[in-house]
Design a protein. Sequence first.
Length: 189
Amino acid sequence: MILSLMAVSLLFLAGMGLILAIYAVVVYNSLVHDRVEADKMWSQIDVQLKRRHDLIPNLVETVKGVMDFEKGTLTQVVEARSSSISAVNTADRIKAENRITAGLGRIMGLWENYPILKSNENAVHLQQELTATENRLSDIREIYNDTVGHFNTLVQEFPSTLVAGVSGFKPREFLKSSDQDKETPQVRF
């Protein structure tokens, strides 16, 4: 009787251990999946940022002769582009990209004030390309933040936080709008 009680206890403990091991594997795999998805989304953001970087010199050449009083904004966009390209970490790159977004927003907001730009086919095509790129960036950022939100929840919720801590998973940063993006652009006539 005592032997069978010990055997039942050992089987129960072995079963609980197996359940915990299976749970740990499932949580670990979920964390890995979300990390890979976040990396994939970041790579897609990177592709769109590269596309935007490639369009900026054309933008500057197209508008610099027409938008004389906006040279400061054009200079800011070009400098932010250089900062982004040479950034050594993600945080610096995000800051530079936020400056690019703010500058491009100001330029696009003022674009309507220049009939010569609105009638120039190259300028119109460039504006459409930049707008499409910005829209894709916005969509991908949203998906990235959703993925990071799910990942961060797993990393911080109990009991999955135990698996995350042992495995070295850390919460990730959300992509946020810069303070300049939150301001309503002022369009002058």
